[in-house]
Write a protein that binds this ligand. Structure first.
Ligand SMILES: [Zn+2]
Length: 313
């Protein structure tokens, strides 16, 4: 197959829908690069030099794009979370494909699937993916939003250790349509009111109506949100059931996908991953893959370690 054939396939078929299509379409490094370049430059090459704006480039032997106007060299991954990666793009594509699967992938499973030398490498890659997932669909929740703070039993859990202070997570769920309702989550240590307020302000649109518990109503009212006359009470109304289900799914997911290997200081990144799966569950795999790749190319580079506080999971 020539490089041109591969480029045609990428442009024609978009993203694959099945594992077989994935392996066929992204079977070579050239096919992966062609696809990635199309996602990065949907309207064709654009020189990154703001004073230039050139639209044409030569591709060098090392696969870099050299602007014909100013001579600057760049690549489709420059300035993105994938910048400077020494791993083949095929490995990254494989990782993203595994990561958008129904429940995601653990670092242990990823290490096995890609034959990576160390758990630390798999862990660091996955945290880059979680940073991108946090950037997918950042829109604020609208309509009627159920809000509560729930306890997670699964974080830093151990059968030999009793939970001294359960992990508290604020959860906001759009209950206007329970089938498509989106979720936003954030750790709130000790149910701290300031942390809850910061979360609500960053997750819920000012025009939304918030349905919440007696305890949280004053904080929500102080932020200026409209309060639903219904108060959240266990067993009383249907949105409370949806919140409970989301909370239980999160607990189960931490145990079943990540085998409980989630530490308090990394919880925010894992919550972003869970929210991605929850919110995108009705999208086909090809759509989830493309959204995640777009987010990977849009995210600002930086070390996973600086974001999540080290690989001790
Ligand atoms: Zn240029």
């Amino acid at each position: 197959m020539t490089a041109m054939d591969e480029r045609d396939r990428v442009e024609g078929i978009e993203v694959p829908g099945s594992r077989l299509e994935f392996e066929t379409q992204f079977g070579s490094e050239a096919a992966c690069r062609a696809y990635l370049e199309r996602v990065r430059w949907p309207d064709g090459f654009v020189c990154p030099n703001p004073a230039c704006g050139g639209r044409h480039a030569w591709v060098t032997a090392r696969g870099l794009h050299r602007c014909t106007a100013c001579g600057r060299q760049t690549s489709a991954t420059a300035g993105t979370i994938l910048a400077g990666t020494r791993k083949p793009l095929r490995d990254w594509f494989e990782l993203l494909w595994l990561a958008v699967g129904e429940d995601g992938v653990s670092a242990v499973a990823l290490q096995g699937a890609l034959g990576l030398g160390s758990y630390q490498t798999a862990w660091a890659w996955l945290h880059k993916v979680r940073r991108a997932m946090a950037a997918v669909s950042p829109e604020l929740l609208m309509g009627i939003v159920a809000l509560d703070v729930v306890s997670l039993a699964s974080v830093e859990s151990s059968t030999r250790r009793s939970v001294q202070s359960p992990t508290r997570v604020a959860i906001a769920l759009d209950v206007s349509d329970p089938e498509t309702g989106r979720v936003r989550l954030s750790p709130v240590p000790n149910s701290d009111r300031v942390a809850v307020e910061r979360f609500v302000a960053g997750a819920v649109a000012p025009t939304a109506t918030i349905r919440t518990t007696v305890k949280l109503r004053p904080a929500v009212a102080a932020l200026g949100y409209q309060l639903d006359p219904l108060t959240l009470r266990a067993g009383r109304d249907v949105s409370c059931v949806h919140l409970d289900v989301a909370g239980r799914r999160l607990d189960d997911w931490i145990v079943e996908t990540h085998h409980g290997a989630v530490r308090h200081r990394q919880l925010g990144a894992y919550l972003a991953e869970f929210a991605f799966h929850f919110n995108e569950h009705s999208s086909p795999p090809r759509v989830r893959f493309e959204r995640l790749l777009e987010a990977m190319l849009a995210a600002v580079p930086g070390s996973a370690r600086s974001l999540v506080g080290g690989a001790d999971a």
